[in-house]
Ligand binder design. Structure first.
Ligand code: AHR
Length: 506
């Protein structure tokens, strides 16, 4: 074996507490995420509200914390009023974002029931594309108002007496993108976002408000967009959004395996812009990042096509990536990037949750199963606890077209001092070579190795399907051991690993 890597850790090198909201997800009215995804009246596993209990169980197992809703591009043309009240009176509408028909049989109240069943926090987006301040404060009143005014009373009539108490609100979606309904130049959006935030805060002071950042940092307007939004709304918002989807292009697996480098650079650039504006405005408050759309994409084997406006289907099958073991490793590496930025990334949403670019897949009337990317997400969300530590990573490097030189080994570590739990999340991003990992652990006292788990397949293109839902699952890391206060293990090529250690004497 030729590759060796080392992680040097110390409990004093803390970045920030692990934030449960790092493990959020996203439910959009897009494709089959809602209809035949989380909601399918008549399905053998649906409850009396039409919510699929098999999907609820998998969502809880995934360890999702907060779920953003209802879009995405969809929200920029959405009329939330269409989706509340007696179902038989709700209108079907054209969804201009996805050229689909929106039946509106699932809306805010159904979503809120679903969040209760899934045990997740709601994160609501308002339409600043075709609508504006009035719609945002109306929706806020409908959701959070005490009975006694028109819209809160409407909610009560619809069966929900107590306010929902939704804290996190997104001020529109990807308003920098020319594809977005109601897309406007930065200054116009900045003014609208600031005005909306001010109005919403007049209703409720302590909301957590998220302004739209760029829809990707490759956008021509990246940086200038963030600056304009922040200058207009610095005092009104708490977070600014970031979005990214990574995929292997032209068979360039080496660059794909390294895309966490891109996420690191993206986050650092947004932080720099936030802090530049903080300095120029002379404020104490720091703006945090809501990475409220992130994922990998795998278009190979996609069966459906995005509707083009010819037929306006309901819940069309498209953007249903079927992920490989390699995709799962890359997803694990992106979570490592998010964890190491826990000092500034306050919330993140894996986009999306079911069927559309999703860790959970369903068949209408049929089964629900875990895609490969489900596993690193579920294990990280379950076992990352306490504080994120900053490891010194000594690693060999590999060349790739996109980033030039990248480290083979990447890792994040969490230390829960109270529970005595140390967890290491690591990836070997080499396409061919195993990596001998060494983690000296002086400074943590006596530890035992509880678990060494990896996500790796000799065929990195292996996938989970309805017929073989457990083809790719986490497996024990064969030679993980703890000797003389160092953990050692061999990380296979293209692998994601979790090592869990427990303090023996507290
Ligand atoms: O998640 C799919 C789409 O990607 C979202 O609707 C949009 O916000 C992004 O461009």
């Amino acid at each position: 074996m030729s590759l060796h890597g080392r992680l040097t850790l110390h409990p004093a090198f803390r970045i920030a507490p692990v934030r449960p909201r790092t493990f959020g997800a996203f439910v959009e009215h897009m494709g089959r995420c809602v209809y035949t995804g989380i909601f399918e009246p008549g399905h053998p596993r649906a409850d009396s509200d039409g919510l699929r209990t098999d999907v609820l169980e998998l969502t809880r197992e995934l360890g999702v914390s907060a779920v953003r809703y209802p879009g995405g591009n969809f929200v920029s043309g959405y009329r939330w009023e269409d989706g509340v009240g007696p179902v038989e009176e709700r209108p079907a509408r054209r969804d201009l974002a996805w050229h689909s028909t929106e039946p509106n049989t699932f809306g805010v109240d159904e979503f809120m029931s679903w969040t209760e069943g899934a045990d997740v926090e709601p994160m609501m987006a308002v339409n600043l594309g075709t609508r504006g301040i009035e719609e945002a404060v109306d929706l806020l009143e409908y959701c959070n108002g005490e009975a006694g005014t028109a819209l809160a009373d409407q909610r009560v009539r619809n069966g929900r007496t107590e306010p929902y108490g939704i804290r996190m609100w997104c001020l529109g979606n990807e308003m920098d993108g020319p594809w977005q309904l109601g897309h406007v130049p930065a200054e116009d959006y900045a003014r609208l976002a600031a005005g909306t935030a001010r109005a919403m805060r007049r209703a409720e002071e302590d909301l957590e408000l998220i302004g739209c950042g760029s829809s990707h940092w490759a956008m021509d307007t990246f940086g200038d967009w963030e600056r304009a939004v922040l200058e207009a709304s610095y005092d009104e918002i708490d977070m600014i959004s970031a979005h990214v989807y990574h995929q292997e292009r032209d068979g360039d697996s080496a660059s794909y395996l390294a895309v966490a480098d891109d996420m690191d650079g993206y986050i650092d650039a947004v932080v720099a812009t936030c802090d530049h504006v903080r300095g120029s405005l002379k404020r104490d408050k720091r703006i945090m990042i809501s990475f409220d759309e992130w994922n990998v994409i795998n278009t190979e084997g996609d069966t459906g096509e995005e509707p083009s406006g010819k037929d306006w289907p309901v819940a069309p099958r498209f953007a249903e990536s079927t992920y490989t073991a390699q995709d799962a490793v890359v997803l694990g590496s992106l979570l490592i990037s998010l964890l190491r930025h826990s000092d500034r990334v306050a919330s993140a949403s894996l986009a999306q949750l079911v069927n559309v670019l999703a860790p959970i897949r369903t068949e209408p009337g049929g089964s629900a199963w875990r895609q490969t990317i489900f596993h690193p997400f579920a294990l990280t969300s379950k076992h990352a606890s306490g504080d994120v530590l900053r490891p010194q990573i000594d690693s060999p490097t590999f060349e790739n077209r996109r980033f030039g030189t990248s480290a083979v080994l990447d890792a994040a570590c969490t230390w829960d001092e109270e529970a005595g739990e140390l967890t290491v999340f690591a990836v070997n991003r080499s396409l061919e070579e195993p990596l001998a990992l060494e983690v000296p652990l002086e400074g943590f006292g006596d530890l035992t190795l509880v678990e060494g788990t990896m996500l790796h397949e000799s065929d990195r293109h292996a996938r989970n399907t309805a017929e073989a839902p457990d083809a790719v699952v986490p497996r024990p890391l064969p030679d993980a051991r703890l000797d003389d206060s160092s953990v050692t293990a061999t990380l296979p090529p293209v692998s994601w690993t979790m090592l869990r250690l427990q303090a023996t004497a507290l």
